[in-house]
Design a protein around this ligand. Structure first.
Ligand code: DCP
Ligand code: CA
Ligand code: CA
Length: 355
Protein backbone atom coordinates (compact mmCIF):
# COMPACT_ATOMS: atom_id res chain seq x y z
CA UNK A 1 0.00 0.00 0.00
CA UNK A 2 1.36 3.37 -1.01
CA UNK A 3 0.24 6.96 -0.75
CA UNK A 4 -1.26 7.68 -4.15
CA UNK A 5 -2.84 10.94 -5.28
CA UNK A 6 -5.46 11.20 -7.98
CA UNK A 7 -6.20 14.55 -9.61
CA UNK A 8 -9.39 15.04 -11.57
CA UNK A 9 -10.13 18.04 -13.81
CA UNK A 10 -13.41 18.31 -15.73
CA UNK A 11 -13.03 18.95 -19.46
CA UNK A 12 -14.17 22.41 -20.76
CA UNK A 13 -16.28 22.48 -17.64
CA UNK A 14 -18.78 25.35 -18.03
CA UNK A 15 -19.28 24.63 -21.73
CA UNK A 16 -19.64 20.90 -21.17
CA UNK A 17 -22.34 21.49 -18.54
CA UNK A 18 -24.17 23.68 -21.07
CA UNK A 19 -23.91 20.94 -23.69
CA UNK A 20 -25.43 18.45 -21.29
CA UNK A 21 -28.37 20.86 -20.71
CA UNK A 22 -29.10 21.04 -24.45
CA UNK A 23 -27.42 18.19 -26.35
CA UNK A 24 -28.34 19.75 -29.72
CA UNK A 25 -25.54 22.35 -29.33
CA UNK A 26 -22.80 19.78 -28.70
CA UNK A 27 -21.93 19.48 -32.38
CA UNK A 28 -21.36 23.25 -32.69
CA UNK A 29 -18.74 25.63 -31.33
CA UNK A 30 -19.96 26.62 -27.83
CA UNK A 31 -18.65 29.73 -26.08
CA UNK A 32 -19.56 30.56 -22.47
CA UNK A 33 -19.35 34.30 -21.89
CA UNK A 34 -18.95 36.57 -18.91
CA UNK A 35 -20.61 39.82 -19.92
CA UNK A 36 -19.45 43.10 -18.44
CA UNK A 37 -22.01 44.93 -20.60
CA UNK A 38 -24.85 42.69 -21.74
CA UNK A 39 -26.53 45.25 -24.04
CA UNK A 40 -23.39 45.85 -26.01
CA UNK A 41 -22.34 42.20 -25.82
CA UNK A 42 -19.01 43.12 -24.26
CA UNK A 43 -16.99 40.95 -21.95
CA UNK A 44 -14.63 37.99 -21.86
CA UNK A 45 -14.81 34.34 -22.82
CA UNK A 46 -15.12 32.13 -19.74
CA UNK A 47 -14.43 28.93 -21.64
CA UNK A 48 -15.27 27.21 -24.91
CA UNK A 49 -15.79 23.64 -26.07
CA UNK A 50 -13.06 21.89 -28.05
CA UNK A 51 -14.77 22.60 -31.37
CA UNK A 52 -14.54 26.34 -30.71
CA UNK A 53 -10.96 25.97 -29.47
CA UNK A 54 -9.92 24.63 -32.88
CA UNK A 55 -10.68 28.08 -34.22
CA UNK A 56 -8.49 29.76 -31.62
CA UNK A 57 -11.11 30.60 -29.01
CA UNK A 58 -10.00 30.22 -25.37
CA UNK A 59 -10.65 31.49 -21.85
CA UNK A 60 -9.92 35.15 -21.34
CA UNK A 61 -10.19 36.51 -24.88
CA UNK A 62 -12.74 39.22 -25.67
CA UNK A 63 -16.19 38.09 -26.77
CA UNK A 64 -16.00 40.21 -29.92
CA UNK A 65 -12.76 38.45 -30.82
CA UNK A 66 -14.42 35.04 -30.37
CA UNK A 67 -17.31 36.20 -32.58
CA UNK A 68 -14.85 37.16 -35.27
CA UNK A 69 -12.99 33.83 -35.06
CA UNK A 70 -16.26 31.92 -35.28
CA UNK A 71 -18.05 34.04 -37.90
CA UNK A 72 -20.16 31.81 -40.16
CA UNK A 73 -19.43 28.74 -38.02
CA UNK A 74 -22.91 28.41 -36.51
CA UNK A 75 -21.47 29.02 -33.03
CA UNK A 76 -23.52 29.24 -29.84
CA UNK A 77 -22.75 32.01 -27.35
CA UNK A 78 -24.18 31.60 -23.85
CA UNK A 79 -23.97 33.66 -20.68
CA UNK A 80 -22.23 31.92 -17.77
CA UNK A 81 -24.65 30.34 -15.31
CA UNK A 82 -22.45 30.11 -12.22
CA UNK A 83 -25.25 28.91 -10.00
CA UNK A 84 -25.74 25.84 -12.21
CA UNK A 85 -22.00 25.06 -12.43
CA UNK A 86 -21.72 25.39 -8.66
CA UNK A 87 -24.51 22.86 -8.14
CA UNK A 88 -22.94 20.37 -10.56
CA UNK A 89 -19.54 20.88 -8.93
CA UNK A 90 -20.99 20.12 -5.50
CA UNK A 91 -22.73 16.99 -6.74
CA UNK A 92 -19.47 15.78 -8.32
CA UNK A 93 -17.62 16.40 -5.05
CA UNK A 94 -20.22 14.31 -3.22
CA UNK A 95 -19.76 11.50 -5.71
CA UNK A 96 -15.96 11.50 -5.34
CA UNK A 97 -15.72 11.92 -1.58
CA UNK A 98 -16.45 8.28 -0.61
CA UNK A 99 -13.53 7.05 -2.74
CA UNK A 100 -10.94 9.17 -0.95
CA UNK A 101 -8.97 8.71 2.27
CA UNK A 102 -8.35 12.45 2.05
CA UNK A 103 -10.19 14.81 -0.26
CA UNK A 104 -9.60 18.33 -1.51
CA UNK A 105 -11.58 20.45 -3.91
CA UNK A 106 -8.99 22.68 -5.55
CA UNK A 107 -11.34 24.74 -7.74
CA UNK A 108 -14.81 24.59 -9.24
CA UNK A 109 -13.76 21.70 -11.50
CA UNK A 110 -10.66 20.21 -9.86
CA UNK A 111 -10.36 17.63 -7.13
CA UNK A 112 -7.59 15.74 -5.35
CA UNK A 113 -8.19 12.31 -3.85
CA UNK A 114 -5.59 10.64 -1.71
CA UNK A 115 -5.90 6.87 -1.69
CA UNK A 116 -3.87 4.14 -0.03
CA UNK A 117 -3.65 1.56 -2.73
CA UNK A 118 -1.54 0.06 -5.46
CA UNK A 119 -1.01 1.80 -8.79
CA UNK A 120 -2.91 -0.95 -10.56
CA UNK A 121 -5.91 -0.50 -8.24
CA UNK A 122 -5.65 3.29 -8.49
CA UNK A 123 -5.81 3.10 -12.27
CA UNK A 124 -8.91 0.88 -12.05
CA UNK A 125 -10.49 3.34 -9.62
CA UNK A 126 -9.75 6.23 -11.98
CA UNK A 127 -11.51 4.38 -14.82
CA UNK A 128 -14.47 3.58 -12.60
CA UNK A 129 -14.77 7.22 -11.51
CA UNK A 130 -14.58 8.42 -15.11
CA UNK A 131 -17.39 6.02 -16.09
CA UNK A 132 -19.48 7.08 -13.12
CA UNK A 133 -19.21 10.79 -13.97
CA UNK A 134 -20.32 10.08 -17.53
CA UNK A 135 -23.26 7.98 -16.34
CA UNK A 136 -24.39 10.33 -13.56
CA UNK A 137 -23.62 13.74 -15.05
CA UNK A 138 -22.86 13.14 -18.72
CA UNK A 139 -19.47 14.77 -18.17
CA UNK A 140 -15.96 13.73 -19.19
CA UNK A 141 -12.86 14.60 -17.23
CA UNK A 142 -9.11 14.12 -17.33
CA UNK A 143 -7.41 12.27 -14.53
CA UNK A 144 -3.82 12.03 -13.38
CA UNK A 145 -2.48 9.51 -10.87
CA UNK A 146 0.87 9.92 -9.13
CA UNK A 147 2.81 9.83 -5.87
CA UNK A 148 1.91 13.42 -4.90
CA UNK A 149 -0.32 16.37 -5.82
CA UNK A 150 2.19 17.93 -8.16
CA UNK A 151 2.65 14.82 -10.30
CA UNK A 152 -1.07 13.96 -10.23
CA UNK A 153 -1.99 17.44 -11.47
CA UNK A 154 0.64 17.48 -14.18
CA UNK A 155 -0.43 13.98 -15.25
CA UNK A 156 -4.06 15.14 -15.51
CA UNK A 157 -3.05 17.99 -17.84
CA UNK A 158 -0.86 15.66 -19.90
CA UNK A 159 -3.74 14.27 -21.93
CA UNK A 160 -6.94 16.24 -22.39
CA UNK A 161 -9.83 15.87 -22.94
CA UNK A 162 -11.01 12.54 -21.51
CA UNK A 163 -7.46 11.53 -20.55
CA UNK A 164 -6.06 9.17 -17.96
CA UNK A 165 -2.35 9.29 -17.20
CA UNK A 166 -0.69 7.22 -14.50
CA UNK A 167 2.81 8.13 -13.36
CA UNK A 168 4.24 5.64 -10.89
CA UNK A 169 7.13 6.70 -8.63
CA UNK A 170 9.79 5.10 -10.85
CA UNK A 171 8.41 6.93 -13.89
CA UNK A 172 8.34 10.42 -12.33
CA UNK A 173 11.62 11.68 -13.70
CA UNK A 174 11.12 10.39 -17.23
CA UNK A 175 7.62 11.88 -17.21
CA UNK A 176 8.85 15.32 -16.13
CA UNK A 177 12.10 15.63 -18.04
CA UNK A 178 10.77 16.25 -21.57
CA UNK A 179 8.04 18.70 -20.44
CA UNK A 180 8.41 22.46 -20.90
CA UNK A 181 9.16 24.32 -17.67
CA UNK A 182 5.93 26.30 -18.01
CA UNK A 183 4.01 23.05 -17.39
CA UNK A 184 4.99 23.33 -13.73
CA UNK A 185 1.80 24.45 -11.96
CA UNK A 186 1.89 27.96 -10.58
CA UNK A 187 5.07 28.97 -12.34
CA UNK A 188 4.76 32.72 -12.81
CA UNK A 189 5.32 34.59 -16.05
CA UNK A 190 8.36 36.32 -14.60
CA UNK A 191 9.99 33.07 -13.51
CA UNK A 192 9.20 31.52 -16.86
CA UNK A 193 10.70 34.47 -18.74
CA UNK A 194 13.80 34.29 -16.60
CA UNK A 195 14.24 30.56 -17.31
CA UNK A 196 13.70 31.13 -21.05
CA UNK A 197 16.33 33.87 -21.00
CA UNK A 198 18.76 31.38 -19.46
CA UNK A 199 17.87 28.81 -22.14
CA UNK A 200 16.25 26.57 -19.55
CA UNK A 201 13.30 25.22 -21.51
CA UNK A 202 12.73 21.64 -20.41
CA UNK A 203 12.29 20.38 -16.87
CA UNK A 204 15.35 18.16 -17.45
CA UNK A 205 17.40 21.33 -17.96
CA UNK A 206 15.92 22.94 -14.89
CA UNK A 207 16.80 19.86 -12.89
CA UNK A 208 20.47 20.11 -13.94
CA UNK A 209 20.68 23.83 -13.20
CA UNK A 210 22.71 24.94 -10.22
CA UNK A 211 20.38 25.73 -7.36
CA UNK A 212 22.52 28.59 -6.08
CA UNK A 213 22.34 30.26 -9.47
CA UNK A 214 18.54 30.05 -9.49
CA UNK A 215 18.40 31.40 -5.93
CA UNK A 216 20.42 34.48 -6.90
CA UNK A 217 17.70 35.58 -9.28
CA UNK A 218 14.53 34.07 -7.83
CA UNK A 219 15.29 34.06 -4.10
CA UNK A 220 16.03 31.07 -1.95
CA UNK A 221 12.42 29.99 -1.34
CA UNK A 222 11.16 30.23 -4.90
CA UNK A 223 14.29 28.58 -6.25
CA UNK A 224 14.06 25.77 -3.68
CA UNK A 225 10.43 25.14 -4.56
CA UNK A 226 11.12 25.14 -8.29
CA UNK A 227 14.04 22.79 -7.82
CA UNK A 228 11.95 20.40 -5.76
CA UNK A 229 9.21 20.47 -8.40
CA UNK A 230 11.76 19.75 -11.14
CA UNK A 231 12.64 16.63 -9.15
CA UNK A 232 8.98 15.71 -8.74
CA UNK A 233 9.01 16.38 -5.01
CA UNK A 234 5.87 17.75 -3.36
CA UNK A 235 4.92 16.88 0.19
CA UNK A 236 1.86 19.12 0.49
CA UNK A 237 -1.12 17.39 2.04
CA UNK A 238 -4.43 16.59 0.38
CA UNK A 239 -6.94 18.41 2.56
CA UNK A 240 -9.66 20.99 2.22
CA UNK A 241 -8.96 24.52 3.43
CA UNK A 242 -10.77 23.98 6.72
CA UNK A 243 -8.65 20.91 7.44
CA UNK A 244 -5.44 22.56 6.29
CA UNK A 245 -5.34 23.94 9.75
CA UNK A 246 -2.44 25.77 11.09
CA UNK A 247 -1.34 24.84 14.57
CA UNK A 248 -1.20 27.71 17.01
CA UNK A 249 -0.76 28.12 20.73
CA UNK A 250 -1.11 31.36 22.66
CA UNK A 251 -0.70 32.38 26.27
CA UNK A 252 -1.32 35.43 28.40
CA UNK A 253 1.77 36.78 30.11
CA UNK A 254 1.76 37.21 33.88
CA UNK A 255 2.88 40.78 33.36
CA UNK A 256 2.84 42.84 30.17
CA UNK A 257 6.27 42.47 28.56
CA UNK A 258 8.36 45.17 26.95
CA UNK A 259 11.33 43.12 25.92
CA UNK A 260 12.20 39.75 24.48
CA UNK A 261 13.81 38.68 27.75
CA UNK A 262 10.47 38.96 29.55
CA UNK A 263 8.79 36.40 27.30
CA UNK A 264 9.07 32.65 27.66
CA UNK A 265 7.88 30.69 24.64
CA UNK A 266 9.37 27.28 25.48
CA UNK A 267 6.09 25.70 26.46
CA UNK A 268 4.28 27.00 23.36
CA UNK A 269 6.98 25.60 21.11
CA UNK A 270 6.99 22.23 22.86
CA UNK A 271 3.21 22.00 22.37
CA UNK A 272 3.47 22.81 18.69
CA UNK A 273 6.28 20.33 18.10
CA UNK A 274 4.33 17.57 19.78
CA UNK A 275 1.21 18.39 17.73
CA UNK A 276 3.29 18.17 14.54
CA UNK A 277 4.82 14.89 15.65
CA UNK A 278 1.46 13.41 16.52
CA UNK A 279 0.10 14.06 13.01
CA UNK A 280 3.39 13.32 11.29
CA UNK A 281 3.56 16.79 9.77
CA UNK A 282 6.24 19.35 9.08
CA UNK A 283 5.72 23.10 8.54
CA UNK A 284 7.09 25.57 6.06
CA UNK A 285 5.91 28.77 7.72
CA UNK A 286 6.50 29.82 11.33
CA UNK A 287 4.76 32.83 12.82
CA UNK A 288 4.03 34.75 15.99
CA UNK A 289 0.70 36.15 17.12
CA UNK A 290 0.79 39.04 19.54
CA UNK A 291 -1.86 40.97 21.41
CA UNK A 292 -0.60 44.22 22.86
CA UNK A 293 -1.86 45.97 25.97
CA UNK A 294 -4.17 48.06 23.78
CA UNK A 295 -5.75 44.76 22.63
CA UNK A 296 -4.42 45.19 19.12
CA UNK A 297 -3.34 42.05 17.27
CA UNK A 298 -0.03 41.74 15.42
CA UNK A 299 1.30 38.87 13.37
CA UNK A 300 4.61 38.15 11.73
CA UNK A 301 5.87 35.12 9.93
CA UNK A 302 8.76 33.65 8.05
CA UNK A 303 8.89 31.02 5.32
CA UNK A 304 11.59 28.39 5.58
CA UNK A 305 13.56 27.03 2.64
CA UNK A 306 13.00 23.51 4.04
CA UNK A 307 9.99 22.27 5.99
CA UNK A 308 10.68 21.27 9.58
CA UNK A 309 9.34 20.22 12.96
CA UNK A 310 12.63 20.64 14.72
CA UNK A 311 12.07 22.52 17.98
CA UNK A 312 15.48 24.20 17.71
CA UNK A 313 14.74 25.59 14.26
CA UNK A 314 11.28 26.75 15.33
CA UNK A 315 12.68 28.39 18.48
CA UNK A 316 15.31 30.29 16.49
CA UNK A 317 12.75 31.68 14.08
CA UNK A 318 10.28 32.59 16.83
CA UNK A 319 13.00 34.43 18.79
CA UNK A 320 14.06 36.26 15.65
CA UNK A 321 10.48 37.32 14.93
CA UNK A 322 9.94 38.41 18.54
CA UNK A 323 13.19 40.37 18.53
CA UNK A 324 12.10 42.19 15.36
CA UNK A 325 8.72 42.86 16.90
CA UNK A 326 10.07 44.28 20.16
CA UNK A 327 12.54 46.43 18.23
CA UNK A 328 9.58 48.23 16.66
CA UNK A 329 6.87 47.86 19.30
CA UNK A 330 5.71 50.92 21.16
CA UNK A 331 3.34 49.24 23.62
CA UNK A 332 3.79 46.33 26.02
CA UNK A 333 2.72 42.84 25.02
CA UNK A 334 -0.08 41.01 26.85
CA UNK A 335 -0.39 37.76 24.96
CA UNK A 336 2.13 35.86 22.88
CA UNK A 337 1.39 33.07 20.45
CA UNK A 338 3.33 30.79 18.13
CA UNK A 339 1.86 29.27 15.00
CA UNK A 340 2.97 27.04 12.16
CA UNK A 341 1.43 26.97 8.68
CA UNK A 342 1.81 25.34 5.28
CA UNK A 343 1.79 21.95 6.92
CA UNK A 344 3.14 19.06 4.89
CA UNK A 345 2.91 15.34 5.28
CA UNK A 346 6.00 13.46 6.37
CA UNK A 347 4.68 10.20 4.93
CA UNK A 348 7.13 8.88 2.38
CA UNK A 349 8.76 12.25 2.39
CA UNK A 350 11.66 12.97 0.17
CA UNK A 351 13.66 16.12 0.44
CA UNK A 352 16.45 17.72 -1.48
CA UNK A 353 18.86 16.57 1.18
CA UNK A 354 18.78 13.31 -0.74
CA UNK A 355 20.18 14.85 -3.92
N1 DCP B 1 -12.79 29.85 -16.18
C1 DCP B 1 -13.11 31.20 -16.43
N2 DCP B 1 -12.14 32.07 -16.85
C2 DCP B 1 -10.85 31.64 -17.03
C3 DCP B 1 -10.51 30.29 -16.78
C4 DCP B 1 -11.52 29.41 -16.36
O1 DCP B 1 -14.27 31.60 -16.26
N3 DCP B 1 -9.90 32.52 -17.46
C5 DCP B 1 -13.86 28.93 -15.77
C6 DCP B 1 -14.50 28.27 -16.96
C7 DCP B 1 -13.94 26.89 -17.00
C8 DCP B 1 -13.67 26.61 -15.54
O2 DCP B 1 -13.35 27.87 -14.95
O3 DCP B 1 -14.84 25.95 -17.55
C9 DCP B 1 -12.55 25.62 -15.32
O4 DCP B 1 -11.33 26.12 -15.84
P1 DCP B 1 -10.26 25.23 -16.56
O5 DCP B 1 -9.01 26.03 -16.61
O6 DCP B 1 -10.19 23.89 -15.93
O7 DCP B 1 -10.76 25.12 -18.07
P2 DCP B 1 -11.87 24.22 -18.72
O8 DCP B 1 -12.42 23.22 -17.76
O9 DCP B 1 -12.87 25.11 -19.36
O10 DCP B 1 -11.06 23.50 -19.89
P3 DCP B 1 -10.04 22.26 -19.83
O11 DCP B 1 -10.70 21.18 -20.63
O12 DCP B 1 -8.82 22.77 -20.51
O13 DCP B 1 -9.83 21.90 -18.40
CA1 CA C 1 -11.11 21.85 -16.52
CA1 CA D 1 -9.49 23.38 -13.81
Amino acid sequence: MERIVLHLDLDYFFAQVEERQRPEIASKPVVVCIYSDVERGRGAVSTANYIARKFGVHSGIAIFQARRLLAGKNAVFLPANHELYGRVSLAIAETLLPYADAFEQASVDEFYLEISSSYRAAEELAKKIKRELVEKFGLTCSVGVGPNKLIAKMAASFKKPDGLTVVSPVAVQSFLDPLDVDKIPGIGQKTNQYLQSKNIRKIAELRMTDRGLLAEELGKNAAGMLFEYAHGIDNSVVANAEEQKQFSRIKTLKEPAESLEAVDVEELIADIVSALEQENLVCRVIGINIIDSGMRAHTRSKTLPQPTRDGEVIRKVVIELLREFFAEASVPVRRVGVRVERLESRKGQKSLGEF
